[in-house]
Design a binder for this molecule. Structure first.
Ligand code: PHE
Length: 355
């Protein structure tokens, strides 16, 4: 056996007998570094005859490939083992009591949904839910929305199929349809949830939250709607006075329709409500269109009522002085720590909403 072969066997047995990553690195240097074994062998080639050169060079290359393969296998063995050791060391016994208690926070959107539910439950509304993925019928057609309505455009609506039949609901109004179709009047419900539109800036995000309200009974009129919303806004902001305006508007599913804006101003990068000359639109509302009632198997000759759709995130911005809607959905723990709520401070009617 040549010296070369002996040396290769020695390297292989050194490698096979170790599990230590430092030792493996040392062997790697001994073999592959600039002054390592393989280079020293390549240097010898110059002094050999043509024939010897060929055989020896091919021997060195063969040995090099073998050694590289051994290193590859070894490296993965050792890194698997190191990882396993690390995981074993970091294992946490979850049954042990916590020494330092860091409590999580409730997101302002969840808080506001709870607050709004409290306020409406006080005057007899119950909570309904509907799916985020809706069909075109519930989201538009049943709601008296014409085929060529701009909201049906690809730019506004996220469609989930080529035929534009399945979509991410653009508002919570389809829950009106679902509620009426599955029950019998009177209806007095609210429905909070996620809604989606292709839009993004300081006051718009592609996913946002709405809360639908629907009250259908005999003899319900616009006065009831205004009274209900006045009550809600005052309760929600927990103040005696708020700057609020009803603006005539248009929705295919209500007639007449209105939008409600709240007055605010920005001071030191924070929103201050109830004063100032800026307006933020927070809800759309109106008397449910007779066509919607007919589509939902409710007789418009006997029943009528109002509906509203509240922008939950915007109300949260106004109430809690947050001036960029996008920050709601960035999942920044520091933000949540600052704006979030104590999970044990659940809003209730008798104990108060946010205080
Ligand atoms: N769905 C409307 C919107 O998203 C809001 C609305 C709901 C208006 C109910 C009137 C009645 O803008």
């Amino acid at each position: 056996m040549s010296d070369f072969e002996k040396k290769i066997i020695e390297f292989k047995s050194r490698l096979n007998s170790t599990q230590d990553s430092n030792e493996i690195e040392l062997i790697r240097t001994d073999i592959f570094s600039k002054n390592g074994f393989l280079n020293s062998q390549f240097k010898k080639l110059g002094s050999l005859s043509e024939d010897e050169k060929k055989t020896f060079a091919s021997n060195i290359n063969k040995a090099k490939q073998e050694l590289l393969e051994i290193f590859r296998v070894k490296a993965s063995e050792v890194s698997d083992r190191d990882l396993y050791e690390k995981i074993k060391k970091e294992k946490v016994d979850v049954t042990l009591p916590e020494k330092e208690f860091k409590i999580g926070k409730i997101h302002p959107v969840s808080q506001v949904i709870d607050e709004i539910s409290c306020i409406f439950s006080e005057i007899g509304f119950s909570v309904e839910e509907g799916p985020d993925v809706e069909n075109d019928y519930n989201n538009f057609t049943a709601l008296n929305t014409p085929e060529d309505h701009p909201a049906k455009d690809m730019h506004d609506t996220f469609y989930l199929d080529e035929n534009m039949k399945t979509l991410l609901r653009t508002h919570t109004s389809p829950v009106q349809v679902r509620t009426m179709l599955k029950g019998k009047p009177p209806f007095k419900i609210i429905a909070p949830g996620r809604t989606y539109r292709s839009d993004s800036d300081q006051t718009h995000t592609p996913m946002f939250h709405q809360l639908e309200g629907l009250h259908i009974d005999k003899n319900i009129n616009m006065g009831h709607l205004k009274g209900c919303l006045n009550y809600f806004i005052k309760e929600f902001f927990e103040v005696d006075k708020i700057k609020m305006r009803f603006r005539p508007s248009h929705f295919p599913f209500t007639e007449p329709s209105a939008e409600v804006d709240i007055g605010y101003r920005i001071e030191k990068n924070k929103i201050i409500i109830g004063e100032g000359d800026k307006w933020l639109e927070v809800l759309g509302c109106g008397m449910v269109h007779p066509n919607v009632l007919k589509n939902c198997k409710v007789d418009p000759k006997n029943y009528q009522g109002f509906a509203f759709g509240i922008g939950i995130d915007r109300l949260a911005m106004l109430k809690y002085g947050i001036n960029d809607l996008r920050s709601f959905f960035e999942c920044d723990y520091r933000w949540l720590n600052y704006y979030g709520f104590d999970p044990l401070d659940v809003p209730t009617n008798y104990r108060g909403l946010s205080k």
